[in-house]
Ligand binder design. Sequence first.
Ligand code: ATP
Ligand code: MG
Length: 451
Amino acid sequence: MGRRIDVPKDLREFARVFAKAGFSCYFVGGAVRDSLLGLPVSDWDAATDAKPEQVRSLFRSVIPTGIQHGTVTVRWQGRSIETTTFRVDGEYKDGRRPESVRFTSDLLEDLSRRDFTINGMAVDPDSGVIIAPDGGLRDLADCVIRAIGDPVARFEEDGLRPLRAIRFASRLGFSIDEATFAAIPATVERFRKVSAERVREELAKILASARAGEGLLRLDESGLLPEILPELSRCKGVGQGGPHRYDVFRHLVAACDAAPQRLTLRLAALLHDIGKPARRAEADDGSLTFYGHDVESARLAEAALRRLKFPNALVDEVVHLVRHHMFDYSEHWTDAAVRRFVSRVGLESVKPLAELRLADTSGMGNGPADVRSVMPLIARVEALRAKDQAFSLKDLAIGGNDLAGIGWPKGPSMGRALAEMLEAVLDDPDLNTRERLLEIAERIKVKHGVI
Ligand code: ATP
Ligand code: MG
């Protein structure tokens, strides 16, 4: 088709090192695809007929990243270039890479072992000519994700590929070829054997993409969703009434789609109501209630995220947002109410919770939420902070040592006294001086008969 791309100069020089030693070197996969689409290229991966040991002898700095699979990382002019010997894959078991590989000197064979036609392309660095033996250029022009070869056979080789198909479709806004899509339910047994870590990586990319909602609906349609997030599938058909136009499932998908493109928020939006099916009840007047669904959703979210092996810090953050998503800010909140809210959720959670609230409202199906409904909360918190007002125990003008100084015994009563003082200060920030807090402490002492 005569398509060409310009390979950056330093990468052409990299390839020339191979040529001088009598080897070939091409750039392959995502870099070719994304260049042709005019998207920024994150990593240029190279493929060569040189064996890993030969690549090691050509460069000064080579890291043996996956040498048994033919991959080394070459440090070159400030870049890290993953360089893989042309190969034909063996079976993928649970790991990130095939169990066994056979090296080949044939670029075309290497391209055809790749997952999708648009990923099975190479560029000759000098001429910029594209080599696309499996129809990648046509599919790229048609915006189609299509497995190379027989999709069922390819998905049986590596059960992660179906999820990758959905990931690329979401990221690029492509459709999935019919036979490729139909192979997903047919190979679901194989998908079940894929490690949680690999699934998590792809899911994270779908959720952080510009078309997360579309990706989630595709996951549902393909039958993969109950394999990955059964608790989300269980929200299907659970009606909610009130201002909601969607069932819980559609609401969660829409909220996720409306959330800012950060993984934490996308996950929080996706999971914030997953406890609703378990907490659904009909009131006497026939209306629906979901008491305690925030606690239940947080519990289920934690279990799901741990199962998917998300890192602890991310799990904690998402679960915290889910647990506290049920706040109903209005401009009528007093400053004391704002301070109590901050004290409950933590300063760093104010903005993400406000963003989650907007996503939640937008996900009801009545059009996008009005940012003025909750964003002023952030400015109000900032204003209170600028006045140095206390939100937490560490902001109090006195601490445990001061209480010990007036003869307070160490132990749980000390923590309770400080908490009581914080309550007083949240109501009236003027109380937050050493003098006045010590006065309060004396009063608490008498009231509770401490000492
Ligand atoms: P991204 O921009 O997300 O990194 P990418 O296409 O570079 O996209 P990678 O997962 O980095 O995706 O993989 C690099 C290339 O290796 C792919 O383009 C594809 O050719 C091949 N590949 C990766 N994973 C598989 C797989 N599971 N099965 C077959 N080929 C794969
Ligand atoms: Mg890549």
